[in-house]
Design a protein around this ligand. Structure first.
Ligand SMILES: [Zn+2]
Length: 293
């Protein structure tokens, strides 16, 4: 056994501080954001595709004659905002048949349990996300202090019931609604981007809900670099007229919503293939420069 020297102890303390500082900052920020999740006006993006999330924690409703789909649940406290938005748009939470998720972090999966209890909907997840969701947000790739806070209930959320697991490229259907899953890991192993067509009047629009492509200092794994490379490649290959992400500020929710009120066709401001490319470009620059977010 190696002797622990004073210097060793010092290195350990400095190392722990280096790990803990960004992590404590994140908790503070997460709490700040949770408090800042203000109700947002729900709106139609295009066709049967609606925004039902909060000011930043995004959630989407895709409606159909045989039942609806909700993508993402926000924080545990966001669920009631999402449900109020669904009612406000004239739909019934009980008609939501499928719940989907982009990633199992608490700001996007925290509210799924409440939504599932209110709707009875079936939750579909990728393998890696399924394990994390079913444990209430535990992430095996997260640093130990973060996991410990999860285990004692400071972080994390009530675990939803994961009904089905899908593979990369599978299509989830509810009547005519068909969303294709793209497991685009990097931010988390099982992070899932979604692509689906939306009929808006007489035109068909391709929608992509893209994963967060950035890396957190508190959650890293050996294949992460390769996953990010692949995810960037996959997303570049998807045709996107309309694009969204799990954080509404990244795709300009408010700006586009305001513009849609005076647009000739209210869906037009959401058609933004340039913004989609810029999002992927900036994720690639972040990867090349070794930056985190
Ligand atoms: Zn995340």
């Amino acid at each position: 056994m190696r002797r622990v020297t004073k210097q060793g102890v010092l290195v350990l303390i400095v190392g722990l501080a280096a790990v803990l500082t960004p992590f404590l900052f994140r908790i503070w920020r997460a709490n700040a954001e949770r408090g800042g999740q203000q109700p947002a006006e729900p709106f139609r993006i295009a066709g049967n595709f609606y925004y039902v999330g909060a000011t930043d924690a995004a959630a989407f409703l895709i409606t159909g004659p045989e039942g609806h789909v909700v993508l993402d649940g926000g924080y545990p406290t966001t669920a009631r905002l999402i449900m109020a938005s669904i009612v406000k748009l004239g739909f019934d939470i009980k008609d939501v048949k499928v719940l989907l998720n982009s990633e199992p972090h608490p700001d996007h999966a925290g509210g799924l349990t409440v939504l599932q209890q209110a709707s009875g909907a079936q939750l579909w997840a990728s393998d890696a996300s399924a394990d994390s969701l079913a444990s209430g947000g535990d992430d095996p790739d997260a640093v130990l202090p973060l996991r410990a806070l999860m285990w004692i209930g400071v972080l994390g959320y009530p675990p939803p019931r994961v009904d089905h697991r899908f593979k990369d490229g599978d299509t989830i259907r509810v009547g005519p609604i068909a969303l294709t899953a793209h497991v685009t890991g990097g931010h988390t192993r099982g992070c899932t981007s979604w692509s689906f067509p939306v009929r808006d009047g007489d035109r068909m629009l391709n929608v992509v809900s893209a994963c967060d492509l950035g890396v957190l200092a508190t959650s890293q794994y050996p294949e992460q670099g390769a996953d990010r490379e692949r995810s960037i490649r996959v997303l570049r290959g998807l045709p996107a007229d309309i694009w969204v992400t799990c954080h509404a500020r990244w795709w300009g929710r408010y700006r586009k919503f305001v513009a849609s009120k005076t647009a000739k066709n209210p869906a037009d401001p959401f058609i933004d293939p340039e913004g989609y490319r810029a999002y992927i470009d900036s994720a690639e620059a972040e990867l090349r420069q070794g930056r985190m977010h």
